[in-house]
Design a protein around this ligand. Sequence first.
Ligand SMILES: CC(C)(COP(=O)(O)OP(=O)(O)OC[C@H]1O[C@@H](n2cnc3c(N)ncnc32)[C@H](O)[C@@H]1OP(=O)(O)O)[C@@H](O)C(=O)NCCC(=O)NCCS
Length: 179
Amino acid sequence: MHGNEAQRARLRAAKQRGTPADIRAGRLTPSPSCANSLDPVLRPATKNDLPALVELERASFNVPNWPADTFLRYECTVAEVLGEVGGFLVSREIFGGTNTAPPEREILNLAVDPRYRRAGIATLLIKKEFRKKALFFLEVRESNVAARALYESLGFVEISRRAEYYNNPTETAIVMRMK
Ligand SMILES: CC(C)(COP(=O)(O)OP(=O)(O)OC[C@H]1O[C@@H](n2cnc3c(N)ncnc32)[C@H](O)[C@@H]1OP(=O)(O)O)[C@@H](O)C(=O)NCCC(=O)NCCS
């Protein structure tokens, strides 16, 4: 599709869904069908995103623990939905690789705005991460059924457990690796 035409189609779709203000006010629920209908744009996070990233972390975890200055210490990708931060993924390289061993990366943090969940946004963020060609690791709370299902759906497998790894509440971490 030509650029201008694509832009017009996006605007038409956004109009049908309502304005960002409508969605913020809970007047409309985005279609759960797929991320395409939300048309997320994946891009590196910038300083301007920090307030929204902190707010999204607060909305996503019982005990948020990422202060604003943490996000940009690592590689942070934002999924922009209707011009706002609708999700993010933070990762870092933990091993640069050698001639015989691939690089290794860790997914450190991931969240999607509760209004946009089950629309494939986390999947898009992780698939973008996979383009970095590395072995991927992550930790997840044992009770986090949604995140574990997401990671398993993308091919992560459990490789170990760390008892009492998390605080507030104390909980086991499941360590996963991309197969
Ligand atoms: C976990 C989280 C990031 C998933 O984001 P999302 O954009 O809704 O995930 P996706 O839409 O890409 O889901 C892909 C698949 O994961 C699984 N999944 C996602 N959420 C699920 C849930 N609540 N229950 C069961 N399975 C779930 C499903 O298999 C889903 O595919 P389907 O919708 O076709 O059934 C989101 O729920 C979230 O932000 N949670 C709070 C923060 C968090 O726990 N982060 C992870 C820390 S390790």
